[in-house]
Design a protein around this ligand. Structure first.
Ligand code: ATP
Ligand code: MG
Length: 424
């Protein structure tokens, strides 16, 4: 029997890869326009890094990590997200000493979850981390970047921004006590998971997907009421900046996100179009994380988007530009073996004159009909045919492949025609 891919680790096939490339290019363009630089960190890290940064009492660390011992007996883990590695690298290489950093990254992450639409065991994130800037305007700029990306990808109308402040550690400590009091009195009404979290990690109960637990929480104390004055000020600066930028948001007091070292700002972009896997992007502020991982106290804020979910959304809305779903703009067809070297030379000329033009030559002979079939499949707009007659007269047949009449042109006329099309 042939060997299959690992469950939950899908291949990204050529017909899908265009959408991925489109997403990557648009994200990189926006990051570039905001002065971000890229960082690339290894896929494998010391297991302790994730246990420490994500927190022991999280779904990720408790149940989802791919952890193994290597041949030297070291405990290593396939990264379940990229923030931890980025923070580790920034500390290790002194990137945080007397300087700020605005970094972006992209790559695979691994979680042993139950695979389903929008949830995989190998998935991909694009994200941003900014270090050394405590101002809420940085939070706002990150959110604005994501807003721009959705607009650029033409999925903006299908996503909404949810926002919350989970306050500083001291605010959360007070709130935690109030929440535990409230929930302890109703412990028997909580789902099993939430009961076990009550002592170890009560704030995560707010995140519970259990409906009766959510119903119970509607009367629970609200974290917003426990924020310090500075927390409130931070949130006000953020919401005002978003309003100025024309970005709508919904304050969701239950939004806490799964990670331990978040503080103040948390946000998520969600969609109704993908069923249960509706969060396409999440982020927030983690001012305690760098210090927690052994660096000097350094504020941080970031986000990560799930590429699979964004691609699914783009596919369902049919917004992927044709150029990312086809192979070629121009398809050249030699009708005899004697025409092949002219076709190859013409293809070289086109590629050098129009560096972004996608030029494919037909290779392998066959009838005109079968060549035109391949031309059609390539997605090309323009077919160029050279047969014995054209070879002798120094012309080419210009054949619009998506409707229109064919013409006989000189090569100079062809180049002119294509430059006009490219300008249009
Ligand atoms: P969820 O609530 O859906 O499990 P999460 O809170 O675990 O998401 P994060 O750790 O915040 O997710 O990761 C950021 C983004 O990465 C998510 O918003 C989502 O788009 C994507 N993501 C997370 N886990 C997966 C997965 N197993 N498969 C595909 N995408 C994922
Ligand atoms: Mg998850």
């Amino acid at each position: 029997m042939a060997i299959q891919s690992v469950r939950g680790m899908p291949d990204i096939l050529p017909e899908q890869a265009g959408a991925w490339r489109y997403l990557e290019q648009q994200a990189q363009r926006i990051f570039n326009a905001h002065g971000l630089t890229q960082i690339r960190t290894p896929i494998v890290e010391d297991t302790a890094l994730f246990a420490r940064s994500i927190g022991d009492v999280t779904d990720i660390v408790e149940k989802e990590m791919y952890t193994f011992e290597d041949r030297s007996g070291d405990s290593l883990t396939l990264r379940p997200e990229l923030t931890a590695g980025v923070v580790r690298a920034a500390i290790e290489h002194g990137l945080l000493h007397n300087q700020t950093q605005r970094l972006w990254y992209q790559g695979p992450a691994f979680r042993h979850e139950r695979p389903q639409k929008g949830r995989y065991r190998q998935f991909h994130q694009i994200g941003v981390e900014c270090f050394g800037i405590a101002d809420a305007l940085m939070d706002a700029e990150l959110i604005e970047m994501t807003d721009q990306l959705w607009k650029q990808l033409r999925i903006r109308d299908s996503v909404t921004l949810e926002l919350n402040s989970i306050g500083s550690p001291e605010a959360r400590a007070h709130y935690r006590d109030a929440l535990v009091d409230f929930l302890s009195a109703r412990k028997d009404q909580l789902d099993e998971d939430s009961q076990s979290r009550l002592e170890r990690s009560p704030l995560r109960i707010l995140d519970s997907k259990n409906e009766s637990t959510q119903a119970l929480l509607s009367d629970a104390p609200s974290l917003m009421d426990y924020l310090t004055d500075d927390d409130r000020e931070h949130f006000t600066v953020l919401t005002r900046a978003l309003e100025e930028a024309g970005i709508d948001f919904r304050i969701n007091p239950r939004l806490v996100r799964g990670l331990d070292y978040y503080g103040r700002t948390v946000f998520e972009w969600t969609t109704q179009a993908l069923g249960a896997q509706g969060t396409i992007c999440g982020g927030g502020r983690y001012d305690g994380l760098v210090e927690h991982l052994g660096g000097r106290p350094t504020p941080g804020v970031g986000f990560a988007l799930g590429m699979e979910r964004v691609v699914l959304l783009m596919e369902s809305l049919n917004v992927i530009p044709d150029a990312y779903q086809t192979q070629a703009d121009v398809y050249l067809m030699p009708q005899q073996v004697e025409c092949e070297s002219t076709i190859r030379r013409l293809a070289r000329d086109l590629r050098s004159q129009f560096p972004t033009l996608r030029v494919m030559t037909h290779i392998g002979g066959g009838s005109l009909k079968s060549q035109l079939k391949k031309a059609d499949k390539s997605g090309a707009e323009i077919g160029i045919i050279i047969g014995q007659m054209e070879l002798e007269s120094g012309h080419i047949v210009y054949k619009p492949l998506r409707g229109g009449d064919q013409e006989t042109l000189t090569e100079a006329e062809l180049l002119h025609r294509i430059s006009e099309l490219k300008d249009a």
